[in-house]
Write a protein that binds this ligand. Structure first.
Ligand SMILES: Cc1cc2nc3c(=O)[nH]c(=O)nc-3n(C[C@H](O)[C@H](O)[C@H](O)COP(=O)(O)OP(=O)(O)OC[C@H]3O[C@@H](n4cnc5c(N)ncnc54)[C@H](O)[C@@H]3O)c2cc1C
Length: 706
C-alpha cells in the first residue's frame, strides 16, 4: 500500500504518548487494518488501532472505532487513545493491574513507534464486554436509549458498546487518565454470516448418483444418504445446520477412506470451481478447483504452484484439508507452507476468514472464536509434532500457533473450506529427469545423500550453476518387477538391468542455459562415481515425450499394485483391501526404517512393494495381499513399523492423512498418545459440538459422543 496521507493530515504523535488523528477512518477486519482510506500506509502491521471520528479530536469525549465488523465505541472524558502493536507485543491482560506492561509499541510497518510502552499506574475501571451485535456502528450507532448504559467509573454513563468483543479498560498511564481498548486480542477472531441466499441446495438421492460418490481412492465401498453440491456459503451452512452427518469431499482421491461416506450427506465442493484472482505472488481460488486447472491457469499467467501431490485431479480444497505433499516437497515443502488465507464454513454455519499471521493462540493455549451464538474457546493441543518435512497426522498444534494451521490438515472435521489464497512462484524453472537404477541399496542411499547435500548447498549459496534437485523418487525391486510384468517397460521404453535393487527418478531444476551446463557437468560427475553411465536414462528439458515416459513408469507402479489388490478382492476375498504405510523419518534414519520394513514384512512372509519420496525420507510399503490373512498381518506389520518410525524421530502418517482408516487412527494414537487424542477431541468438540462434520474421520466412530 502506498502512503496516502498529505502532510497536513499526518497523525500527530505527542511526546506524552498521545496520538491524534483528526480524520483517520480505519477499517478493521479481524482486528487488522485492511482498508484505510487515508491512512493506507499503516497497513498490515497495525493490529490494534485507535483513532478519532473525523469530527472529533482526542480531547473530545467520543472515540469511535469504525470497523467492517463493529468493534467498539468508548467514551470518556479526557480520553487518550492508546495503541498496541501486533508483532512483538506485550500481551495485555484482560484486566491490567498497576505495574503491568499494559502497552507495547505501536509500530506501523517500518515507521518508528508511535506510542512507547508504558506501565499502568492505576486501574480505574475495567469492563469486560462480551455482548455482540452485528449492526454497524460508527456514525450510524443505534440510539443510546436502545443500549444499556455503562458506568465509566467517574460518574459518567455511556451506552454500552454494541459490538465489542473487546475488553475496555480505563487506566492511568504516565500520570494521565486514558482509555485502553483491546479491540481484538491476537487470539480472537470474529465470524461473519455466510454469503448468499440461505437456500437449501438440491438434495440428490438418485441411487446411481449416490453410487458415484460411494468410495474414494482407497476403494472401500461406502454409502451416501444424499448428495448436495452447494454453490454458496449460505447453502453449505444450511446443509450443515440441517443434517446429522455431513462429509465434505473434493475429488475423492483420498487413500484413507476419508472421502468415503458412511451414510453421511456428501457435500461436494465441485461447484466452488472459480479461480478468483491471480496476482504476482498469490492466487485466490475456490476449493473445488483442480490442481490441473490451477496449474494451467498459472502457467498462462507465468506462475507456478509447486507443492502439488502426484494426483493432479485433486481439488485445492482437498489438498489443504489433507496438507498434501508432493514429490517436490524436498525443495518446496508441503501444502501448509503455501496457504496464506482460507475462508471456512464452520459446523455451526458461521464463517471465518483467516489470514495467515492475523490470529495466534493465546499464551495459555487457546483461541477464542466469536460466533453468532457466543464466544467459543478452542484449546490448542499440547503434544509435540515430530520435526519432519511432511506431516498429515491430526490437528496441527504448537505454542502460539497460527489459527489457519488448525484447519489445514484437519481432514474436513472442523469446517468446509470454500476459498483459499495460495502463495505462488514465478514461472516454473526448466527441469529435466534422470532415471538411475542401482544394483546396491547402500550406493543408492549414498547417492541420494550426495544430491540432497548438494541441493541444500545450492539453495544456501544461490549458486545458479549448482545442483538444484527438487525431487528424488524411489522404486524398489518389487515395484520394478511388477511394472515389467505389466509391460510398462515395453510401453514406455524405459529399461533397467535385471539386478536393479532400487531405481531413482531425479528431478533437476535448471536456471539459465549457461548455468545448466555446469549443473549437468556436476550431475554427470556424481553419476560417474555412482553407477554405470549406460544404465542412466535422461529426459532433457522440453523433451516432453521422454519425460512423460519416465513419469509414467513411476505412476504405473501404484497402479500395478492396486490392480492386483482389486483382482484379489474380486476373486479371492471381498475383505481384501489396500494395506499400505505412509511413514516418514529424518533422511538420516531412513535406511534404519527400511531395515525395519524388511524385518516386519519378511517375518510375516508378506509380499511388499516399496516406493515413495526418498528425498523426504517418506517411503510407502504396500502389501500385495493374496488373502484376507495377508491384510490382517499387513496391518500388524504397519503398526509395528509405525512404532519404529516414531522411535526414529518420524511419523507413521506423512502425506495421506488418517481418514476413516482404523490402522491409521491407531497410528495417530501411537504418535500422540491417548492424551493427545483427547486434546484433539476437545478441539473437535469446541467447533463441532454435534460431531456432525466428517464423523469417523480421524476419530473412530465409537469414540464419538452420542
Ligand atoms: C494416484 C494418486 C496419487 C496420490 N499422490 C499423492 C501424493 O503424492 N501426495 C499426497 O499428499 N497425496 C496423494 N494422494 C492422495 C490424495 O490425492 C490427496 O490426499 C489429496 O489431497 C486429496 O484431495 P481430494 O480433492 O481428492 O480430497 P478428497 O479425497 O475428496 O478428501 C480428502 C479429505 O479432505 C476432506 N475435504 C476435501 N475437500 C474439503 C474441503 N473443501 N473442506 C474441508 N474438507 C475437505 C474430506 O472430507 C476428506 O477427509 C494420491 C492419490 C492418488 C489416487
Amino acid at each position: 500500500m502506498g502512503s496516502g496521507k498529505r502532510a497536513a493530515e499526518q497523525p500527530q504523535h505527542h511526546e506524552d504518548g498521545r496520538f491524534e488523528d483528526q480524520d483517520a477512518q480505519v477499517r478493521l477486519r479481524h482486528g487488522r487494518v485492511v482498508d484505510s482510506s487515508n491512512v493506507a500506509e499503516w497497513d498490515h502491521e497495525a493490529k490494534y488501532i485507535g483513532f478519532t471520528e473525523p469530527s472529533c479530536s482526542v480531547h473530545q469525549p467520543d472515540l469511535n472505532l469504525v470497523a467492517d465488523n463493529p468493534r467498539l465505541v468508548a467514551r470518556h472524558a479526557d480520553a487518550r487513545i492508546l495503541h498496541q502493536h501486533a508483532g512483538s507485543h506485550v500481551e495485555l491482560p484482560a484486566v491490567p493491574r498497576a505495574g503491568d506492561d499494559a502497552l507495547a509499541e505501536c509500530a506501523f510497518g517500518e515507521r518508528s513507534p508511535l506510542v512507547q510502552a508504558k506501565r499502568v499506574e492505576r486501574v480505574v475501571r475495567a469492563v469486560d464486554v462480551e455482548e455482540r451485535d452485528p449492526a454497524p456502528i460508527d456514525r450510524h450507532l443505534p440510539p443510546p436509549s436502545r443500549r444499556e448504559l455503562v458506568h465509566t467509573g467517574d460518574g459518567d454513563e455511556v451506552p454500552r458498546p454494541i459490538a465489542p468483543i473487546a475488553d475496555i479498560v480505563d487506566v492511568h498511564i504516565a500520570g494521565r487518565h486514558g482509555v485502553y481498548y483491546n479491540a481484538m486480542p491476537n487470539h480472537r477472531i470474529e465470524a461473519r454470516t455466510p454469503r448468499g441466499a440461505p437456500h437449501a441446495p438440491v438434495q440428490i438421492t438418485d441411487p446411481d448418483r449416490l453410487r458415484s460418490v460411494g468410495e474414494d481412492a482407497a476403494h472401500v465401498a461406502g454409502s451416501a444418504s444424499a448428495l448436495v453440491a452447494p454453490s454458496t456459503e449460505a447453502e453449505i451452512a444450511h446443509v450443515l445446520k440441517s443434517s446429522a452427518a455431513v462429509l465434505p469431499i473434493g475429488a475423492q482421491s483420498s487413500l484413507t477412506g476419508g472421502a468415503t461416506p458412511r451414510g453421511d450427506v456428501v457435500l461436494s465442493t465441485s461447484r466452488f470451481n472459480r479461480i478468483v484472482e491471480i496476482g504476482a505472488d498469490r492466487v485466490r481460488v475456490q476449493a473445488g478447483v483442480t490442481l490441473a486447472d490451477l496449474d494451467a491457469a498459472l502457467a498462462g499467467a507465468g506462475r507456478y504452484y509447486p507443492p502439488a501431490p502426484t494426483f493432479t485431479g485433486a481439488f485445492v480444497g482437498g489438498t489443504v484439508a489433507t496438507n498434501a505433499a508432493g514429490a517436490a516437497t524436498f525443495k518446496y515443502g508441503a501444502t501448509r507452507g503455501w496457504v496464506e488465507a482460507i475462508t471456512i464454513v464452520l459446523p455451526t454455519g458461521d464463517v471465518l476468514d483467516i489470514d495467515r499471521g492475523s490470529v495466534h493462540a493465546h499464551a495459555d493455549g487457546y483461541f477464542e472464536l466469536i460466533l453468532g451464538s457466543g464466544i467459543v474457546r478452542v484449546p490448542v493441543p499440547r503434544y509435540r509434532m515430530p520435526d519432519v518435512p511432511k506431516l498429515s497426522a491430526g490437528y496441527f498444534a504448537a505454542p502460539g500457533m497460527d489459527l489457519i494451521d488448525l484447519f489445514i490438515g484437519a481432514e474436513g472435521t472442523l469446517g468446509v473450506i470454500v476459498d483459499i489464497t495460495l502463495r505462488v512462484e514465478a514461472r516454473r524453472p526448466a527441469w529435466c529427469l534422470f532415471f538411475v537404477p542401482f544394483a546396491d541399496r547402500r550406493a543408492a542411499f549414498a547417492f541420494v545423500r550426495t544430491l540432497r547435500e548438494a541441493a541444500e548447498e545450492t539453495w544456501r549459496s544461490h549458486d545458479p550453476g549448482g545442483l538444484d534437485v527438487s525431487a528424488i523418487e524411489h522404486m524398489d525391486a518389487r515395484c520394478l518387477a511388477l511394472a515389467r510384468a505389466d509391460g510398462v517397460d515395453r510401453r514406455t521404453g524405459v529399461t533397467w538391468p535385471d539386478r536393479t535393487a532400487i531405481a531413482l527418478l531425479i528431478t533437476l531444476e535448471l536456471s539459465s542455459s549457461i548455468a545448466s551446463e555446469r549443473a549437468f557437468e556436476e550431475m554427470g560427475r556424481a553419476l560417474d562415481e555412482a553407477v554405470r553411465a549406460d544404465d542412466v536414462q535422461i529426459a532433457m528439458p522440453g523433451d516432453r515425450a521422454r519425460m512423460a515416459q519416465l513419469l509414467a513408469l513411476r505412476e504405473e507402479v501404484p497402479a500395478s499394485v492396486n490392480s492386483r489388490i482389486g483382482r484379489a478382492k474380486r476373486d479371492v476375498d471381498g475383505r481384501i483391501e489396500k494395506t499400505a504405510g505412509d511413514m516418514i523419518v529424518p533422511f538420516d534414519r531412513l535406511e534404519e526404517l527400511l531395515a525395519c520394513y524388511e524385518r516386519e514384512f519378511e517375518a510375516r512372509s508378506l509380499d511388499v512393494a516399496v516406493w515413495g519420496h526418498i528425498s523426504d525420507g517418506n517411503l510407502h510399503p504396500n502389501v500385495l495381499a493374496r488373502s484376507f490373512a495377508d491384510v490382517e498381518s499387513g496391518r500388524a506389520a504397519i503398526l509395528a513399523v509405525g512404532r519404529d518410525a516414531i522411535r526414529l524421530g518420524g511419523s507413521p502418517l506423512a502425506e495421506h492423512g488418517v481418514g476413516r482408516n482404523r490402522v491409521k487412527q491407531q497410528l495417530l494414537e501411537m504418535l500422540y498418545g491417548r492424551a493427545g487424542i483427547e486434546e484433539m477431541r476437545a478441539v473437535k468438540r469446541a467447533l463441532d459440538p454435534g460431531w456432525k462434520l466428517a464423523p469417523g474421520v480421524l476419530f473412530p466412530p465409537g469414540s464419538m459422543p452420542p
